[in-house]
Ligand binder design. Structure first.
Ligand SMILES: *Cc1c(COP(=O)(O)O)cnc(C)c1O
Length: 348
């Protein structure tokens, strides 16, 4: 099926909003077209003007630094905005469904529910890999508009087999979304290369994790020109503020420094995993967190909290019995966590 056949009828028919700067492109000296303030009374240079609707400089920097295909990238206010947009572009409320592969990122389900879009599920296997046969069966049975594959997966940390992703995306007649929020921490192949041969594949990236910009809200969708065009038409015209666009460009310009930090985090992850695995079952991670099975997880989580250490209790997620998700912090923070866990298990 073509992308346009999958789109909601009202979105296919949409006459997109045109902002002042869409109607005038070029150079001029006097801008009296957008009801802006004529100067910046407060804040940084240029803040009185509406930002670039397409975040073009930021996107160009991301294309260069992250090695993304030019013309196939759209920026979002975090990848969360892009997840919500994709649901709104393709899923008719009260009618269509999406397919999720739990245990996975919780926002997919919430955004679908907000949009009155149904959820179908196929669990990951016991080792948290993709259950290809079950996924294909569910694709046939439910014809979901969207399939979300998270790789490396949150909250388990493992990457999915890139060849399995390719096969599933090929089989899927709907849209396959590969959420690569943690790809920067992984050595495994990205799904970006699949985008070229398959107009129904969307890869999501974010600057919130490895790039240290969770506060700036910057995400990217990498997809066919059709999907990128739809995202541009449906998003808020000015979805990224000027400060966010500038922070993003600044971070991407310091790629070497950021990559050194990422490699330290990966080393720290392996150190912490090594220590924890002498007492607990630690799921091998390609991300900046570990899913650790700790007996009496709920009690341990509460005790850690009392000690001022906040982790994420995931024990109620499918196949995550006793699971606590622990983000890799500074060496000092990680050592505090390890000492607290030692105390808790010693005091049992
Ligand atoms: C954190 C996270 C996101 C959201 O990232 P933002 O860009 O901050 O919105 C998306 N997907 C997964 C799997 C995440 O863990």
């Amino acid at each position: 099926m073509s992308v346009m056949e999958l789109v909601r009828d009202n979105i296919r028919a949409l006459e997109p909003y045109r902002c002042a700067r869409d109607d005038f492109k070029g150079t001029a000296e006097v801008f009296l077209d957008a009801n802006e303030s004529w100067k910046e009374y407060v804040g940084d240079e240029g803040i009185n003007r509406y930002p670039d609707p397409r975040s073009e400089k930021l996107v160009a920097k991301a294309v260069e630094v992250l090695g993304l295909p030019e013309g196939h990238v759209a920026a979002g206010s975090g990848s969360d905005e892009l997840i919500d947009l994709l649901i709104r572009i393709f899923c008719t409320p009260g009618k269509d469904c999406i397919l999720l592969l739990p245990p996975t990122y919780g926002a997919y389900k919430v955004f679908a529910s907000i949009n009155d879009v149904k959820i179908e599920k196929v669990l990951l296997k016991d080792d948290f890999s993709l259950d290809e046969e079950a996924i294909k069966t569910a694709l046939d049975r439910y014809s979901p508009k969207l399939l979300f594959i998270c790789s490396p997966n949150n909250p388990t940390g493992n990457s999915m087999d890139p060849e399995a992703i390719r096969r599933i995306a090929e089989y899927n007649r709907g849209i396959t979304i590969v959420d690569e929020a943690y790809q920067d921490f992984s050595e495994k192949a990205s799904a970006v290369s699949i985008v070229h041969g398959n107009e129904r594949v969307v890869v999501l990236r974010t600057l919130s994790k490895a790039w240290g910009l969770a506060g700036a809200r910057i995400g990217f969708a990498i997809a066919s020109e059709e999907v990128i065009g739809l995202i541009r038409n449906v998003k808020y015209p000015y979805n990224l503020g000027l400060p966010s666009q500038s922070e993003g460009i600044k971070a991407l310009s310091q790629a070497a420094a950021v990559r050194a930090e990422v490699s330290n985090t990966v080393k720290e992850r392996e150190r912490v995993a090594g220590i924890l695995s002498s007492s607990y079952d630690v799921i091998p991670s390609d991300a900046n967190f570990l899913l650790v099975r700790i007996p009496e997880a709920e009690r341990v989580y509460e005790t850690l909290k009392q000690k001022g250490i906040i982790t994420r209790l995931r024990s109620h997620e499918p196949k995550c019995q006793d699971g606590i998700r622990i983000t890799i912090g500074s060496k000092a923070e990680n050592d505090r966590l390890l000492a607290a866990l030692e105390e808790i298990s010693g005091g049992r």
